[in-house]
Design a protein around this ligand. Structure first.
Ligand SMILES: C[S@@+](CC[C@H](N)C(=O)[O-])C[C@H]1O[C@@H](n2cnc3c(N)ncnc32)[C@H](O)[C@@H]1O
Length: 236
């Protein structure tokens, strides 16, 4: 990944771009399907002017949702298949996860999806202001050590551009199994212009009605960690 455009901000990314060996079928999905699922020019190399994406052209004027860090893509495909009247963009830098998603898209035959195989912050740059109706941040990397908390997604570096691209009244869902991540989320997300919508404990203890459990959540449950489901509304 080249980073030599003069205006390109330095963005630390501490996750993984590539993990274990890709299966031949996954390489085929990446070669054959990924380009056609592009939301448009997101990367600095192809869009140094940071021109906005044409979301109406992409999804025919449908409302647009966004999933940040979709992992293996089970939730993204589930939402796309159950909501054909919306378009959904997923961002995920981990190419093995992207390949897993592409296999699921083939099987689901969904056509209302776009995939940015990279950092959500690069996508925020080129999303028009107030263009997204719903966003999902499901089991973001926990970064448990105190000195690493500033690497978490729920910091103003990520939340301010997210707030800018969300429509007033848009819903932002966060799921996490880490109690200290709940604390930081409840402190930081409202500062960026969101209201937490919980009225009673079941609102954060029970999953959303349209939920499908993700790979990471299944691992958390096996290890006796407790999911929390936080729902915010973009104010304005
Ligand atoms: C713990 S995993 C959870 C994956 C999935 N949401 C699930 O619940 O199974 C967190 C994911 O966020 C991705 N991620 C981390 N930083 C990101 C960023 N800046 N933009 C997009 N995705 C990111 C990671 O690559 C990783 O796949």
């Amino acid at each position: 990944m080249s980073i030599d455009h003069p205006q390109r901000p330095h963005r630390n990314f501490y996750g993984r771009f590539k993990g274990k060996h890709l299966k031949q079928s996954q390489k085929t999905y990446l070669d054959e399907d990924l380009a056609a699922l592009s939301p448009g020019a997101v990367d600095w190399e192809t869009n140094p002017e940071r021109t906005n994406l044409d979301l109406d052209g992409l999804f025919g004027g449908r409302p647009v949702w966004l999933e940040i860090g979709f992992g293996g893509g089970e939730h993204l495909v589930h939402q796309a298949a159950n909501n054909p009247d919306v378009g959904i963009i997923g961002a995920e830098p981990y190419i093995n996860g992207v390949a897993m998603l592409l296999g699921k898209i083939r099987r689901a035959n969904a056509d209302n999806l776009a995939v940015h195989p990279g950092d959500a912050r690069d996508l925020f740059d080129v999303l028009p202001d107030q263009s997204i109706s719903k966003a999902f941040l499901l089991y973001p990397d926990p970064w448990p050590k105190t000195r690493h908390h500033r690497r978490r997604f729920v910091t103003q570096e990520h939340l301010v551009p997210l707030a800018r691209v969300l429509k007033p009244g848009a819903i932002f869902r966060v799921a996490t199994d880490i109690e200290d991540y709940v604390r930081q989320t409840l402190e930081e997300v409202p500062k960026a212009g969101f209201q937490w919508l919980a009225e009673r404990p079941t609102d954060w203890r029970e999953p959303w009605d349209d939920w499908i459990s993700t790979r990471y959540e299944q691992k958390a449950l096996r290890e006796d960690r407790v999911p929390h489901y936080l729902t915010f509304r973009r104010q304005g």
